[in-house]
Design a protein around this ligand. Structure first.
Ligand code: NAD
Length: 416
């Protein structure tokens, strides 16, 4: 396949590979290539300067055979319907791999949150939610945070949805602040899952986690928490980055210090005692574990052979293209694919939804214990398939996910 580098072409190529390996029914393959439903909305709102802002948003529901749709909402200037469709498809496989009863969805708004005030972001979120009202809901489609959305965004969605219903519906969205029904451990869950996968990979590769060097691309929710958790398990964080650049320190960085510095200055660049490097250099930096935690298509055919990491745990969705996958596999890099490595977020989102539906609140230890069971269980399931099929971990995870979704579709049957 020529490397076209769009998230959707990558997702479709991955589906094609899994379908071939599974000997998937042609009709089911055709069905899974497309989302079940895509909604495009136009968000009209008042900007702080009195002008009218008009933004395009969407919500894509890929497949709901295994349960209600579930997936994050992304605010980014480069959001496209194709990208959101790919992300929705990955959510379908992810929920199946970690075996939680959800289908896959994703939403996005094409906007630049860095140039918007908090008030503007609130009005954008509430208007967007009002346009999705007939398509989302606790048993229909449950949104969560993604790039440049956070717990506050989820609280606005919950409040808007609840205002329309006339009563509080915390179970309509996950990733909320604890004060309005969020789960203990949700903010760190994606990263905890990523690091647990890195730990399990280290065991399989004979690498000692204590003292292992780690580079993290992207220092947002997933990246910073992954650096913090890996550091607490004895790893040495040697490089981190954000959209403005990267920093490297062979002696190891203090993840808390750099988080505080980024919160204050807006970037990790120029952090004391570090060398400024580019994001490109960070990807190719000498380390044991590389955690891409920013955006798609970061490791491609162009740089895959320059990767020095022994383990890659994909915090981001779709950071590695299929052609790069081949190169990495041949080089012997142990890659934990996104639909397994970053499934901790949706797993604890599922726990949050269960807690909301039952009006319970679990302890942090309880949540983290259940999360570890789920992630390690899914890791071992995928590893077993990889051994049996003599494949890489991505192909194995896709086979497991697509296989489970296909089984559900066949069991439900086609209606009418
Ligand atoms: P975020 O907005 O909190 O952080 C994104 C980070 O990436 C920021 O530090 C930003 O500066 C950086 N970044 C943006 N463009 C970059 C570039 N070109 N090079 C380097 N860094 C860049 O987002 P997040 O929630 O941490 O999500 C990160 C990734 O993880 C996304 O791919 C998302 O889909 C995936 N993910 C997130 C969750 C979750 O629970 N938040 C769950 C599963 C997967």
């Amino acid at each position: 396949m020529a490397e076209t580098q769009t998230a959707l072409s990558v997702a479709l190529e991955q589906l094609r590979i899994a379908a071939g390996k599974l000997n998937l029914d042609l009709g089911i393959h055709e069905m899974l290539k497309r989302p079940k439903r895509s909604l495009i909305v136009s968000i009209t709102m008042k900007m702080d300067n009195g002008e009218t802002g008009v933004f395009t948003g969407c919500r894509v529901q890929h497949n709901g055979a295994r349960g209600p749709f579930k997936g994050g909402i992304r605010y980014h200037p480069n959001v496209t319907l194709d990208e959101i469709t790919a992300l929705a498809m990955w959510m379908t496989w992810k929920c199946a791999v970690v075996d939680i009863p959800y289908g896959g969805a994703k939403g996005g708004v094409c906007c630049n949150p860095k140039e918007m005030s908090k008030g503007e972001l609130e009005r954008l979120t509430r208007r967007y939610t009002s346009l999705l009202l007939d398509f989302i809901g606790p048993y229909r489609d449950v949104p969560a945070p993604d790039v440049y959305t956070n717990a506050q965004t989820m609280a606005w969605i919950m409040d808007t949805y609840s205002q329309f219903k006339g009563y509080s519906v915390p179970e309509c969205v996950t990733g909320k602040p604890i004060s309005v029904g969020g789960s203990e451990g949700r903010a760190e869950a994606t990263s905890r899952g990523v690091v647990l996968c890195a730990r399990e990979s280290a065991k399989k590769s004979g690498l000692k986690l204590k003292g292992a060097t780690v580079a993290v691309q992207g220092y947002g929710n997933v990246g910073w928490n992954a650096a913090k958790i890996a550091h607490s398990m004895g790893c040495k964080i040697v490089a981190v980055s954000d959209s403005r650049g990267a920093v490297y320190c062979s002696e190891g960085l203090d993840p808390h210090g750099i988080h505080e510095y980024k919160s204050r200055t807006g970037s990790v660049v120029d952090y004391k005692g570090c060398e400024n490097i580019t994001n490109k250099e960070l990807i190719e930096t000498k380390c044991d574990i590389l955690i891409p935690a920013a955006l798609e298509n970061q490791i491609t055919k162009a740089n895959a052979d320059k990767i020095k990491a022994k383990i890659i745990a994909e915090g981001a969705n779709g950071p590695v293209t299929p052609e790069a996958d081949k190169v990495l596999h041949e080089k012997g890099v142990f890659l934990v694919p996104d639909i397994l490595a970053n499934s901790g977020g949706v797993t604890v989102s599922y726990f949050e939804w269960v807690q909301n539906l039952t009006r319970e609140h679990w302890t942090l230890e309880g949540v983290n214990g259940k999360l570890e069971d789920k992630i390690v269980g899914a890791f071992n399931d995928v590893y077993k398939v990889a051994k049996k099929e003599e494949s890489d971990m991505r192909t194995a995870a896709l086979m497991l996910g697509v296989g489970r979704v296909s089984e559900a579709i066949k069991t439900l049957g086609l209606w009418p």
